[in-house]
Write a protein that binds this ligand. Structure first.
Ligand SMILES: [Cu+2]
Length: 250
C-alpha cells in the first residue's frame, strides 16, 4: 500500500512549528532599544522578520509538495504547461505586493528615525579621529575627549527623554558613530557634516564604538553613552562647565 504523500510532511511541519514557536517573543537578535528612534526600528524589524519567515515557510512548503507530488513514477513525460496566465500573474503580483508593503513601512520607519527636531534640547558636536572621539557641548562649555589610549573611551552624557542633536564630524578619515542599543549608526565623512537626533529613553550606560574600519587602531574607538535624569545632567554640566574632560585610558 502506498503511503499518502502528505504523511511525509509530518517531520517537516514539526521542524517549522518548533522554529516558529521557539521564535515567539524574540527580537531576532536585535539589541534592546534604548531610544525613541530605536523603538521605531524595533517595531519595523520584528514584523519584517516574521513576514520573511512566513514567505520562506510558504516557499519551502511549495517546493516540498512539488517534490513529493510530482516525483518521477515512470519514464513518461509529465504534462507540459506553458503560458499558464493565472500562475504567472500570481507569482508576479504577490512579490510586487510584498516589496511595496516592505518599502512603504521601511520608508515610514526611516523617515521617523532620520527626522530632526526643529529645536533640540541639547546639541553635541561629535568629532571622530584616529583613534577616539571628542564630544563638545557648545552651549554648556563642556568638552569630553578621548585620549586615544586604552579601550574605555570617553563618555557621552545625555539627559533621558530629551532630544539631543548629534553633529557628526570626521577630523581625518571616515568613521561611523554606532551605539548598538540606538539601533542605527551614521558615518562621519571628512567634508560631509552629518547630524542625527537621538531621544534616549533608557537610563544607564550603553556601549558605543566606531563601525567603520578606519585604520590599524580602529579597535580602540570605543566610547560610552551614559543616560541620566534631567537633574543629574544639569548637575553634571554645572560640575564640568568650562572644562575639558580627558577619558579613555585603562
Ligand atoms: Cu573610526
Amino acid at each position: 500500500m502506498r503511503r499518502r504523500p502528505t504523511a511525509r510532511l509530518g517531520p517537516a511541519t514539526a521542524v517549522v512549528a518548533v522554529l516558529v514557536l521557539g521564535g515567539c517573543g524574540t527580537s531576532f537578535g536585535l539589541a534592546d532599544p534604548a531610544s525613541e528612534q530605536a523603538d521605531t526600528v524595533a517595531s519595523f524589524w520584528s514584523p519584517a522578520v516574521w513576514a520573511a519567515l512566513a514567505v520562506g515557510a510558504f516557499v519551502w512548503a511549495l517546493i516540498t509538495w512539488s517534490i513529493i507530488r510530482y516525483r518521477r513514477r515512470s519514464d513518461a513525460l509529465p504534462t507540459q504547461v506553458a503560458e499558464h496566465i493565472p500562475i504567472e500573474l500570481t507569482y508576479t503580483v504577490i512579490p510586487i505586493i510584498i516589496v511595496v508593503v516592505l518599502f512603504a513601512f521601511g520608508t515610514l520607519a526611516q523617515r521617523d528615525v532620520s527626522d530632526r527636531a526643529s529645536d533640540p534640547d541639547v546639541t553635541v558636536l561629535v568629532e571622530g579621529f584616529q583613534w577616539s572621539w571628542r564630544f563638545t557641548y557648545e552651549d554648556q562649555d563642556v568638552i569630553v575627549t578621548g585620549d586615544g589610549e586604552g579601550t574605555d573611551g570617553p563618555e557621552l552624557v545625555l539627559p533621558v527623554d530629551q532630544t539631543t542633536r548629534l553633529e557628526l564630524v570626521a577630523l581625518d578619515v571616515n568613521h561611523s558613530f554606532w551605539v548598538p542599543r540606538f539601533l542605527s549608526k551614521r558615518d562621519l565623512i571628512p567634508g560631509v557634516d552629518n547630524e542625527i537626533d537621538v531621544t534616549p529613553n533608557v537610563l544607564g550606560t550603553h556601549q558605543g564604538r566606531c563601525a567603520e574600519f578606519c585604520g590599524l587602531d580602529h579597535w580602540r574607538m570605543y566610547f560610552k553613552v551614559r543616560i541620566v535624569s534631567e537633574a543629574d545632567f544639569q548637575a553634571w554640566v554645572a560640575e564640568n562647565a568650562d572644562t575639558t574632560i580627558e577619558e579613555g585610558g585603562g
